[in-house]
Design a protein around this ligand. Structure first.
Ligand SMILES: [Zn+2]
Length: 460
């Protein structure tokens, strides 16, 4: 570990992996017809997992990382060698988790970091292991054995050097569980709160009787498992020091020393154990606005249609206004009503043709609803209580089904120059809704019970 030879090998293994990937597998996959939803599943199950082994041992070279992300991107959007498709949604958005409107793919750089931090977690745990002894032999360890001394070699790109770089950031997400088997230093280590005691209480630190004492040595144990702090100072306190003394006692009284060894607790996981994913997530804190995750991904609509809904929420379906923003020059007129401009919100919500379907839907469910302005808000607000289980499963699918049908009609008109009448469009919508509902076998729906479910107000 830690020598350049390994990295070179990693680089070449990565490269050959890439070649294998791009040539054989992708070509094979591309031949089959796969929807974007299907491609997403494939990326998650194979493509993005391929480099994990390497990334948990090596810092993945920038070039390789970018290339891997590019392959995923192109595959997702269905680029062929000869023809590049439009990448509708930015990669940064795609890499957000689903709660924030992403697809949950990973940023390889951060994920690589998170994977390597696992070694920082294992370091204090695997005290007898060979790899740890080798590293300690080379770099030495800090008191307490939580990690090695900082690696100061200015040349070379040692593996441990790269891992050790993340220590401060890693350590902030842990706390030390104090046992009585001497490791942690009372004043110098961060073991209570987020700071070192010597920095929080500098006056007291200066007059401490033993300022390199171990935590467990300052804990007076009593019979029956109890105990208390016994910190000694070189001289009695001055009046003006008493306030700091009070604060100090209050501060450390929150911690008790327990039997056993010291160990690290991973603060951001409830169980206290390090998880690569929780570290990765903590690197990517996100305050972006609410995304209707349940309404998009949690319904029983077919995957490719959920993917379409996801694009629509981001306003990224290839409507005319979108294409124009990307530099195409064309007249913007909605092909359905032939009056307004075509935007995602118009075609999926406000267009006269679309409203006709919404009205059909609301009247058949016996619902009065004012349509919100945008696809995002529509889905965020798409909640209805007290409908009964079967009806509510169908209800959850309806907006996506409606989007899909109207988008299909829009494409028929745009590309095939064919039009459906209002009546056949309504029929198509209800028939699709029935078919989708039947996919979900628990519902056990036939045509008649479906009509009953919708209510007898349905007039097509
Ligand atoms: Zn229109």
């Amino acid at each position: 570990m830690g020598v350049c030879k390994c990295e070179l090998r990693c680089m070449s293994v990565c490269k050959s992996e890439l070649r294998r990937l791009s040539k054989r597998k992708l070509a094979m996959w591309k031949k089959q017809y796969l929807s974007k939803g299907g491609r997403l599943t494939l990326i998650k199950s194979t493509l993005s997992n391929l480099p994990i082994y390497f990334m948990s041992l090596f810092v993945i070279p920038r070039k390789v990382r970018l290339r891997l992300e590019k392959i995923q991107r192109e595959f997702l959007w269905g680029d062929m060698e000869e023809r590049r498709k439009i990448h509708l949604v930015r990669w940064e958005v795609i890499c957000k988790d689903k709660r924030h409107g992403g697809l949950g793919l990973r940023y390889l750089k951060d994920f690589n970091h998170a994977l390597l931090r696992k070694w920082l977690w294992r370091f204090p745990i695997e005290r007898e292991s060979f790899w740890r002894r080798v590293i300690v032999g080379k770099f030495g360890e800090v008191q307490g054995g939580w990690t090695t001394r900082e690696v100061r070699e200015s040349y070379g790109t040692g593996l441990w050097k790269d891992i050790r770089k993340g220590w401060e950031e890693f350590f902030l997400r842990t706390r030390i569980h104090i046992g009585n088997e001497r490791q942690t230093r009372f004043w110098w280590d961060m073991w209570v709160g987020d700071s070192k005691l010597k920095d929080l209480f500098p006056l007291l630190f200066r007059i401490a009787a033993n300022n390199s004492a171990i935590v467990a040595d300052l804990w007076g144990r009593q019979e029956g498992g109890g105990g208390g702090w016994e910190v000694h100072f070189r001289r009695p306190f001055q009046d003006w020091e008493l306030e700091e003394v009070n604060r100090f006692l209050g501060y450390i009284s929150a911690v008790r020393v327990q039997e056993g060894e010291d160990f690290l607790v991973w603060k951001i996981e409830r169980k206290g154990t390090f998880k690569v994913n929780s570290y990765y997530r903590s690197l990517k804190e996100d305050n972006s606005p609410l995304f209707p995750e349940k309404e998009v991904w949690g319904s029983y609509a077919p995957l490719r249609t959920r993917f379409f809904a996801w694009e629509a929420v981001w306003g990224k379906i290839s409507t005319i206004d979108m294409l124009m923003r990307r530099g195409w020059s064309m007249a913007n007129r909605c092909n359905l009503c032939k009056e307004n401009e075509e935007t995602a919100n118009h075609i999926l919500i406000h267009c006269g043709k679309t409203r006709d379907l919404w009205n059909l839907l609301f009247s058949s469910f016996g619902v009065v609803w004012v349509l919100p302005d945008s696809v995002r808000n529509l889905l965020v607000e798409w909640k209805m209580k007290g409908m009964g289980k079967k009806r509510s499963v169908v209800w959850k699918m309806t907006p996506i089904c409606l989007f899909w049908c109207i988008w299909g009609e829009r494409n028929r008109r745009t590309f095939l120059k064919e039009e459906m009448t209002n009546t056949s469009l309504r029929k198509l919508f209800l028939r699709s809704l029935l078919e989708w509902s039947q996919q979900f076998v628990d519902l056990d729906l036939d045509y008649l019970s479906f009509r009953n479910l919708l209510g007898d107000r349905v007039v097509v």
